[in-house]
Design a protein around this ligand. Structure first.
Ligand code: ADP
Ligand code: ASP
Ligand code: MG
Length: 413
């Protein structure tokens, strides 16, 4: 007998009809003799609406109360899902994260799973029941309800698959799998048969919201293969797994864009040892994650430093940088939040050259100015003007012929 984890995202359970359809898929898997653990997200835009409601009450809601509020979204869907399975004549029981023993740290709104007590789930599965678990939530050591960051139901599914040693983990969503770019933005993006954890982790961190980045990190750490599949038909979707040798044949396997960052420039900084350490030390103390950094070549003993931070932290980052401007006797601080970061990702980059040149040429032909560049072994990112983001993404997608990658990966699948 196999144990299967099936996760349904918000759009796949956005109304009663869709919940019933998802329940049929669950029932089918159960009927075929599998033990099934179902993880569900909140219906449709419920989580966004709950966040909106809190912000109508106060600008700065307490993180603990926020978790208390937004976790209710998933509580609605688990109950409805269990009822839908009952209606099909099967036994099912729903549990919140806390009830099923998903213990996290206490970092409200971005908690991490510390341990999961599987006793309860196993007992229910052994009784022949489908176990329906609320995604995105847990409980900390003091019994407070916590949530795992936006998109966190993916993390619940992957963590349960890891701890239960599931034979398969299926992430059902509203697209046919992982594509070379967001198919809603790039209509000729192609679906990949397979993708490595590292590539998907980069894509997810760089703006492809199809999977929560932290859940991919978790899957990689515990070697949990999973599939991202459509909830509206039976196709197999995309398998996410360890890197295989032939995967390197594809130089670039995807492109993504994010508008979540803003840029800060500190001009006229004295060009001497210790300046960068002081500036970025201060930002780190404020818990601000700095991403891309460039420092100009100094002249006349002065230099400029530009870096990006999450848009949500811009105000705090500006305050910290202004403080440093005074301390370091720099000349000027400025910010630009109308930027986008465009990235191409592929493990094949390690063994092929010319990728950067191809990306930069494609942007040049489109008249897109590159403001900053950062690279790693398997990705190249360019910071550009926000208004050009979509056009630039399409141009780069075309330059790397990503519309054909699906055909090639078909061979590796
Ligand atoms: P769910 O509600 O199932 O969790 P999400 O909205 O979180 O679904 O993720 C699915 C969405 O991710 C798709 O609708 C798609 O627009 C977007 N997306 C972004 N980049 C990609 C990509 N490279 N491949 C597939 N989907 C992507
Ligand atoms: N409902 C949560 C969110 O919208 C979790 C999830 O969908 O995975 O972020
Ligand atoms: Mg999601």
């Amino acid at each position: 007998m196999s144990l299967i984890v099936q996760k349904f995202g918000g759009t796949s359970v956005s109304d009663a009809q869709k919940i019933k359809r998802a329940a049929q898929r669950v029932a089918q898997a159960h009927k075929e003799g599998n033990q099934v653990v179902v993880v569900v997200s909140a219906m449709g835009d419920t989580t966004d609406e709950l966040f909106g409601l809190a912000h109508q009450i106060t600008e700065r809601p307490s993180a603990r109360e926020m978790d208390m509020l937004v976790s209710t979204g998933e509580q609605i869907s688990i109950a409805l899902m269990a009822m839908a399975i009952h209606a099909l004549g099967y036994e099912a029981i729903s549990f919140t994260g806390g009830q099923v023993g998903i213990v996290t740290d206490s970092r409200h709104t971005k908690a991490r799973i510390m341990k999961i007590d599987t006793k309860k789930i196993r007992e229910e599965l052994d009784k022949g029941r489908v176990v329906v678990v609320a995604g995105y939530q847990g409980i900390d050591a003091y019994n407070n309800i916590t949530t795992l960051g936006r998109g966190g139901s993916d993390a619940t599914a992957v963590a349960l698959a890891a701890i239960l040693k599931a034979d398969m983990c299926d992430i059902f969503t509203d697209v046919a799998g992982i594509y070379t770019a967001d198919p809603r933005v790039v209509p000729d993006a192609s679906k990949l048969e397979r993708i490595s954890y590292d590539e998907l982790l980069e894509l997810a961190s760089l703006g492809a919201q199809v999977m929560q980045a932290r859940s991919v990190e978790f899957a990689k750490k515990y070697n949990v293969p999973f599939r991202v599949r459509p909830s509206y038909n039976d196709s197999e979707g995309t398998l996410v797994c360890q890197e295989a040798k032939d995967m390197e044949d594809i130089v670039v396997s995807g492109a993504a864009v994010t508008r979540d960052e803003a840029k800060i420039t500190l001009r006229g900084v004295p060009d001497r040892p210790g300046v960068a350490a002081r500036l970025f030390g201060e930002l780190a103390r404020c818990n601000i994650n700095v991403d891309v950094i460039i420092q100009n070549i100094g002249s006349h003993g002065m230099t400029d430093i530009t870096f990006t931070v999450p848009k949500g932290d811009l105000q705090e980052a500006m305050e910290a940088t202004r403080k440093m401007k005074e301390e370091l006797q720099a000349q000027e601080v400025s910010a630009d939040s109308k930027i986008a970061k465009l990235s191409v990702v592929g493990i094949g980059m390690r063994s092929h050259c010319g990728v950067a040149e191809k990306m930069f040429s494609a942007l040049a032909q489109e008249g897109v100015n590159i403001q900053m560049i950062s690279t790693s072994e398997i990705k190249i990112s360019c910071v550009i003007d926000e208004s050009q983001a979509e056009r630039a993404l399409k141009a780069v997608h075309r330059a790397f012929e990503l519309h054909k990658v699906g055909e090639k990966t078909g061979a590796r699948g």
